[in-house]
Design a protein around this ligand. Structure first.
Ligand SMILES: Cc1ncc(C[n+]2csc(CCOP(=O)(O)OP(=O)(O)O)c2C)c(N)n1
Ligand code: SF4
Ligand SMILES: [Mg+2]
Length: 255
């Protein structure tokens, strides 16, 4: 991490616990860069996370007030904190399993109520920390610890789900699109109301190794080749889009 960003890390934190090649560590750097670019004061912020590898992004790393809560309940705690102190700038950072599976109801209802929160969901398409079980974002046919013959279920399109529930700002970018992702984090932080960013991040350890993506580099390349910007997807047929992930901001009525 570059020297300038060290000021945002809790003193004595040392090395992170992230596996080599984990996209969540890249995401952590991008969140801090966004905060640094906007010159936000961490003393005015609260970071809330649930349980999972992604929940470790703010806590213990960030030198700020953090609430490391129960699995699936980050948004419930964040909602309470916002009600108690509406001036707090609250960012929720958690995983796809935490926010969309066990916490799925909190997610759609926080969006529906348009609570003024910035939510960053690290979507690695698996339960990473607990050994690689399938979750609601796991792609069809993907191999996981609990789908040894391939996942038989369709995944949630998280961005569509949260937009339909009422979020005012929704964007999806991959850590292989770092500038776009960082700029969308900045936008979300500046938006009043419920903002949601689906950050696609590779988990080489639990997802890659079971899906013929042997190295972190293979995973990053595979993710990068799947992502297509919204503007470039318009002219493609549904067959051409079948294996793609559309990235961009989803704020228009038509999205
Ligand atoms: C009530 C409860 N149920 C289950 C667990 C076990 N558990 C901890 S983290 C986790 C999944 C986390 O997945 P995700 O949010 O996607 O984070 P990742 O590790 O992939 O970043 C599970 C099932 C728990 N801690 N508490
Ligand atoms: S298990 Fe996956 S998500 Fe968790 S730190 Fe390792 S690579 Fe990252
Ligand atoms: Mg996950």
């Amino acid at each position: 991490m570059v020297k300038d960003l060290e000021q945002y890390l809790r003193p004595g934190i040392g090395v992170t616990t992230y596996c080599p090649g984990c996209g969540e560590a890249i995401l952590m750097g991008l969140i801090l860069r966004a905060i640094d670019d906007l010159q936000l004061n961490m003393d005015d912020m609260l970071f809330v996370s649930g349980i999972g590898c992604a929940g470790w992004i703010p806590s213990p790393h960030f030198n700020a007030d953090t609430l490391h809560t129960l699995h699936g309940r980050a948004l419930a705690f964040a909602t309470g904190a916002k009600m108690a102190n509406p001036k707090l700038n609250i960012m929720v950072i958690s995983g796809d399993g935490d926010l969309a599976d066990i916490g799925g109801n909190h997610l759609i209802h926080a969006a529906r109520r348009n609570i003024d929160l910035t939510v960053i969901c690290a979507n690695n398409m698996i339960y990473g920390m607990t050994g690689g079980q399938a979750c609601s974002t796991t792609p069809l046919d993907a191999f996981t610890q609990t789908t040894l013959q391939g996942n038989p279920y369709r995944p949630f399109d998280l961005s569509k789900l949260v937009k339909a529930a009422g979020a005012v700002y929704v964007a999806r970018y991959s850590v292989t699109q770092p500038f776009a992702l960082m700029n969308s984090i900045k936008k979300a932080l500046q938006t009043k109301g419920f903002s949601f960013i689906e950050a696609l991040t590779p988990c080489p350890i639990q997802f890659g190794r079971r899906n013929q993506l042997d190295t972190p580099a293979d995973m990053l390349k595979a993710l990068a080749s799947k992502c297509i910007m919204k503007g470039d997807a318009g002219g493609l047929s549904s067959e051409e889009l079948a294996d793609k992930i559309i990235t961009g901001e989803f704020t228009d009525e038509a999205d």
